[in-house]
Design a protein. Structure first.
Length: 402
């Protein structure tokens, strides 16, 4: 493992991160036989050497979690993930850092389609233990092979942070210092996620944060306002400044971001669906029909779809055609979230969009606040299993199921 973890951190911060990474590796290796471990890698910004630096009260600390990927020669024994998370907890508490760990097998990675995270991982990581040639050797993970549907999923995942932000605004939290910090972090992540999606559909995506920032700055086919937001968010990711907005300024800025990201979402969906000039009217029908072909003929995809067809009963949507209703069923809860997302996050589509979102999410009404609560309830159930804990920490009340 060599090279820097951050672009702008001091030598002291670099040494601190190196100690945490080394300690984490020792803990993980203590629970995994050497014959089973293929590689342990540090991923994300710090794996790329582009991690963020938080400066507060004269001290530097990592701004983001440290993300590890453990690749095993065979399927892990039952309970290994929980065992490792528990073993890493004292290290998290001692350093006040998030340490996230994913576990994959050699076979599953070799057979996986090219997702954004795997393309990024191949080129942007640091090998902590094991075979340093394994991740670079996954040559089917190329930029051209990234699944467009996965890029859409990335945008929805990051965009959901804006839904959380609006839920915080619903509860009058903009005057709370901790809530403002959360909103700023969420918004920066969402802007970067949407900029990354746009770069992909423009044929200009790259695994490096710094290179993506450079490429976005030179895109004259991207509106100046969004390029400015992307540059500011990239700067914030490297060196966050929580004092950027006073409470009275934060709300209008949130509104501007949502408006600009709604335009980016529609532009990306027009490219993904191959529908130039796509409008929100008719969007649901088009995206659900398109979903029938997502994932190709991979056995795992169709097994999941058959399971959804048998078990999943979304809210009735009589306005949809037969193929769109089938797409809704086969896509399952995650498909519902993706289809309803723009109408919840961006308040687009008028009463038709709100009505669709209300029915499929089981919202109490079509009001923006009720749609957000219902969406976040569904997100906690099917999108992010850790979100229920986050919601409690943020004091958010999720909508009741229908």
């Amino acid at each position: 493992m060599g090279g820097r973890f951050t672009l702008k951190g001091s030598a002291e911060l670099e040494a601190r991160i190196a100690r945490v990474v080394g300690d984490a590796a020792t803990i993980i290796q203590g629970h995994v036989p050497r014959s089973t471990l293929r590689t342990l890698a540090l991923m994300g910004g710090y794996g790329r050497g582009e991690g963020g630096v938080d400066r507060r009260d004269g001290a530097e600390r990592p701004h983001n979690n440290l993300d590890f990927l453990l690749v095993l020669e065979r399927a892990p024994r039952a309970g290994l993930k929980a065992e490792l998370d528990e073993a890493l907890e004292p290290l998290r508490e001692r350093h006040g850092l998030g340490l996230d760990l994913g576990i994959m097998t050699v076979r599953s990675l070799r057979k996986s389609p090219c997702l954004v995270m795997w393309y990024d991982a191949r080129f942007g990581h640091k090998t902590v233990a094991g075979d340093a040639s394994f991740l670079p050797g996954l040559t089917h993970f190329t930029r051209d092979a990234i699944l467009p549907d996965d890029v859409r999923n990335l945008a929805v995942n990051r965009g959901t942070l804006l839904v959380i932000n609006e839920a915080l605004r619903d509860k009058g939290a903009l005057d709370d210092e901790e809530a403002r910090r959360t909103i700023l972090r969420h918004t920066a992540k969402a802007i970067i996620g949407y900029g990354d999606a746009l770069l992909f559909f423009l044929g200009a995506y790259d695994w490096s944060y710094a290179e993506k920032r450079r490429r976005m700055a030179g895109r004259h086919d991207v509106p100046d306002g969004f390029r400015r937001l992307y540059d500011e968010a990239s700067a914030f990711r490297l060196e966050p400044d929580d004092t950027r907005f006073a409470p009275r300024e934060l709300g209008p800025w949130m509104d501007e971001v949502r408006t600009r990201l709604a335009d980016v979402h529609l532009a990306c969906e027009a490219a993904r669906l191959s529908v130039p000039g796509l409008k929100w009217a008719g969007y649901v029908e088009r995206t659900l029909k398109h979903s029938l072909g997502e994932g190709g003929l991979r056995p795992g995809v169709w097994l999941r779809r058959v399971r959804n067809l048998v078990r999943f009963r979304p809210g009735a949507s009589p306005e949809l055609g037969l193929r769109a209703r089938l797409g809704l069923r086969l896509g399952g809860p995650r498909g519902v979230l993706a289809a309803a997302f723009p109408f919840v996050a961006f308040d687009v589509g008028g009463t038709q969009g709100a009505g669709f979102a209300r029915r499929v999410l089981g919202a109490a009404s079509g009001s923006p606040a009720d749609l957000r609560r219902a969406y976040l309830r569904c997100w906690s159930e099917s999108g992010d299993p850790n979100f229920a804990h986050v919601a409690r920490k943020l004091g958010l009340v999720l909508g009741a199921g229908s």
